[in-house]
Design a protein around this ligand. Structure first.
Ligand SMILES: O=C(O)C(=O)C[C@]1(C(=O)O)C=C[C@@H](O)C=C1
Length: 363
């Protein structure tokens, strides 16, 4: 900006003028969203207001257009919140997540839907599924895999008995901190609370720094943070949200053993999502128990050059030695190439369920 004013007063005057423009433009955008809602309702009284494919396109476009000085992710986060507020004007979206309040799953829900969504904590993964199934909430958010600790079996198992569809994914960088309360004697920490996954993610750090402290596994990091408030000799391992919620001090930050520790979350809902241009599909397949079954299952993906992003095996609940495979791959079920593969797999498998095609996580 060559005509940027030089003095503080002049710069603030410029900022005020820019803010007025931003305000006017955001209001104009919100008015468009309200009108969109009217049209959607006219076309279909049971319309779905939240459109994950459109949101992904909006955010990707902003990231591609951005020329700085803010980085593309930061800019997309701002637009995420603007869109969240626009959607709330159309319909306040209710989202159930694996609680309690302050968990990484809540952080993922807010990252995906923005802060205008109403987020409701649930005590267990199957409760999140049940709430969505019952129509008590519009969407649910559950963890599915961690880069260090692997898959969340409970989530995969819940899909076997459910008709819920996957409408999106969110990937969160997970930073773990060692937290204490104002009552804690920092030099006397003899017990550490956390979720088993978090202990596993910080194993080496704990062995090096607190080899003699008792490690007590609890149901969630937020629960761990809560317990610390009442004991002078205890600490907790948890993330930023729990630290803020329970007003705890971080005595060691980012103590996870792997620097790119991240968790993937799934957004579950009860409708299919159209193509966004960069999509993934998740399926669950039961194969007949015979030699070469896995090869037979994967061969069509290879032949059609479809990129697999994940393959998990879980014991099937029916039949002692039968297995089911959870497969994620790039592409949308409406693409002819993907539809062809799914058709071939359907013929070879004992059972095939498409859990959903959805936009690849943007933020
Ligand atoms: O394009 C739409 O369908 C809208 O409702 C508008 C809008 C937006 O603010 O851009 C809001 C909510 C939807 O989830 C997607 C996009």
């Amino acid at each position: 900006m060559s005509d940027t004013p030089k003095s503080l007063d002049a710069l603030r005057e410029r900022i005020d003028a820019v803010d007025s423009d931003i305000l006017r433009l955001i209001s104009e955008r919100a008015a468009c969203a309200k009108r969109v809602a009217e049209i959607k309702t006219q076309e279909d009284p049971d319309t779905v207001f939240y459109r994950p494919e459109r949101e992904a396109q909006v955010l990707r476009r902003i990231m591609a257009l951005n020329e700085g000085p803010l980085d593309a992710e930061e800019m997309a986060r701002l637009f995420r919140e603007i869109m969240s507020a626009c959607l709330a004007l159309e319909q306040p979206v209710k989202v159930a997540y694996l609680g309690p309040e302050g968990t990484f799953t809540q952080q993922a829900a807010l990252k995906h839907f923005g802060h205008s969504a109403v987020s409701l904590p649930m005590a267990a993964i199957d409760e999140v599924f049940r709430e969505v199934e019952a129509g008590a909430v519009h969407y649910g958010v559950v963890p599915v895999e961690n880069s260090t600790e692997g898959v969340v079996n409970h989530t995969l198992d819940s899909f076997m008995d459910s008709s819920m569809r996957i409408c999106g994914e969110a990937v969160l960088r997970i930073h773990q901190h060692l937290l204490v309360s104002s009552n804690t004697r920092k030099d006397k920490v003899s017990r550490i609370y956390s979720h088993p996954q978090s202990f596993a993610q910080c194993r080496k750090w704990l062995d090096a720094h607190y080899p003699h402290a008792e490690r007590v596994a609890v149901a969630s990091n937020a629960e761990a943070a809560k317990l610390v408030k009442t004991e002078w000799h205890s600490a907790a391992i948890a993330g930023d949200m729990a630290a803020k919620l329970y007003d705890l001090e971080r005595i060691a930050e980012k103590i996870e053993d792997s620097p790119d520790n991240s968790t993937r979350f799934l957004i579950i809902g009860n409708h299919d999502v159209p193509m966004s241009g960069e999509d993934k599909t998740s399926v669950v397949v039961a194969m007949r128990n015979q030699p070469g079954a896995l090869h037979e299952l994967l061969e069509p993906f290879h032949r059609h050059a479809i990129d697999l992003t994940r393959l998990e095996t879980r014991p099937s609940r029916s039949g002692v030695w039968n297995y089911v495979f959870f497969i994620d791959f790039k592409g949308h079920r409406d693409e002819p190439r993907v539809a062809a593969v799914l058709e071939e797999v359907r013929l070879r498998a004992a059972d095939l369920k498409v859990l959903g095609s959805y936009p690849m996580g943007v933020l």
